[in-house]
Write a protein that binds this ligand. Structure first.
Ligand code: DHB
Length: 376
């Protein structure tokens, strides 16, 4: 997206992607686009397939004690909503646009070193087919994820990291089954959290809280469906429809923020700078807010040589990242069972949810955070 935003304004940029094109297009990842992300896609001419295939959701369900409770997100936020559209579909649209515009995009070209970020001329060393290459540039955008090398190029003492690991992960599946609810269902259950989501009118996406070290081979399809049924089915007879499981994977959960998000001519964006647990669906949207802000800052630099927006990039991003941490923490701790929890904690969680679904003030707070605060 950063490449797309810059190219639209005539700012030359090169994208180095370590994986193959098919890998990034096929790998199923997040799927909830905030209103700000949807608006950005439309503003930059990438909304055509999103308009046709995206599923606009105006509410969501919180389930506990055998009942589902709907939160009217749109009614509580002056018409805002979220849209279900796979992150990999966003990536596919971006690749198509970039290929059509003939802008440089190198797959299977891992960056191996970043140098000179404290000077006006940075260098990225990368590999293509085993051959070492050098790319010289004014700025480096570290959009290479939590395990990427960009953050490592910043001197240790210049960064402060804040981190928390969780004693659980999510087992996620994709199933050829029509969604039995038009909206997402987040469920607290004594056996652990479960989430009902979807990707299309014929594909359901489901998640289960699990042990972070669980071996996927311990989860044959029957066990997955059995556990999902137990945690999601409600007393009114609602349950997810079952079908062939086409993908199954375990995702660990982590919270992470690094401050600042910039050093010299290197700017970190997305998971390179911050990770949120997935409950609340903020990760992809935080990354979109980052690159939207970074593109404006670079545009200001190239049109007027002013650096005000580059200088405020990190402070604004860190603030948004902490707001997302706050919300994701609230959603995660309210809906998951911790291994140290006892019956008291479960009752407290139920009381929290009971308050939430009965209070317009509390529902409004959840709704405005879930659809996403405006991009600044
Ligand atoms: C999905 C992922 C999330 O983390 C979430 O909170 C809701 C939905 C999804 O992949 O559909």
């Amino acid at each position: 997206m950063l490449g797309h935003l810059l190219s639209r304004h005539g700012i030359d940029n090169v994208i180095l992607e370590s994986k193959s094109q098919s890998h990034v297009i096929e790998r199923v990842r997040a799927g909830v686009l905030e209103q700000g992300t949807v608006d950005l896609m439309h503003q930059v001419g990438l909304g055509e397939r999103l308009r046709r295939q995206g599923l606009r959701h105006e509410g969501l369900f919180l389930a506990f004690n055998g009942r589902r409770h709907r939160i009217d997100m749109t009614g509580l936020t002056n018409g805002r909503a979220i849209t279900i559209y796979g992150q990999n579909e966003v990536v596919r649209d971006l690749i198509e646009a970039r290929t059509a515009a003939d802008c440089p995009l190198h797959f299977e070209a891992p960056a191996v070193a970043v140098r000179g970020i404290e000077t006006a001329r940075s260098v990225i060393e990368y590999e293509v087919a085993g051959e070492r290459k050098r790319l010289s540039c004014d700025f480096v955008a570290g959009c290479d994820g939590f395990h990427g090398i960009a953050r490592e190029a910043i001197p240790r003492g210049a960064l402060q990291a804040y981190e928390r690991a969780y004693p659980f992960g999510w087992l996620g599946i994709l199933a050829d089954a029509p969604p039995t609810s038009d909206e997402l269902v987040y469920s607290l259950h004594p056996r652990g959290f479960a989430l009902f989501s979807m990707r299309s009118p014929s594909v359901t996406r489901l998640y289960l809280q699990c042990d972070p070290d669980t071996d996927i081979r311990e989860w044959p399809d029957d066990r997955v469906w059995d556990e999902l049924r137990r945690r999601l089915a409600t007393d009114d007879g609602w349950a997810p429809a079952e079908g062939a499981i086409t993908q199954k994977a375990v995702t660990p959960m982590r919270s992470f923020v690094v401050e600042p998000m910039h050093h010299g001519r290197l700017f970190l964006a997305g998971d390179a700078a911050h990770i949120v647990p997935p409950t609340g669906a903020k990760g992809l949207n935080l990354a979109m807010a980052d690159v939207s802000r970074l593109s404006q800052a670079l545009l200001e630099f190239y049109t007027s040589r002013r650096t005000d927006l580059l200088e405020s990039y990190s402070a604004r991003g860190v603030r948004r990242a902490w707001q997302a941490q706050r919300f994701s923490w609230l959603m995660t701790s309210t809906l998951h069972r911790m291994n140290t929890d006892n019956d008291f904690d479960y009752k407290r969680q139920v009381a929290e949810l009971d308050y939430l679904v009965g209070s317009r003030a509390a529902m409004t707070s959840l709704a405005e955070n879930y659809v996403g605060m405006p991009f600044d």
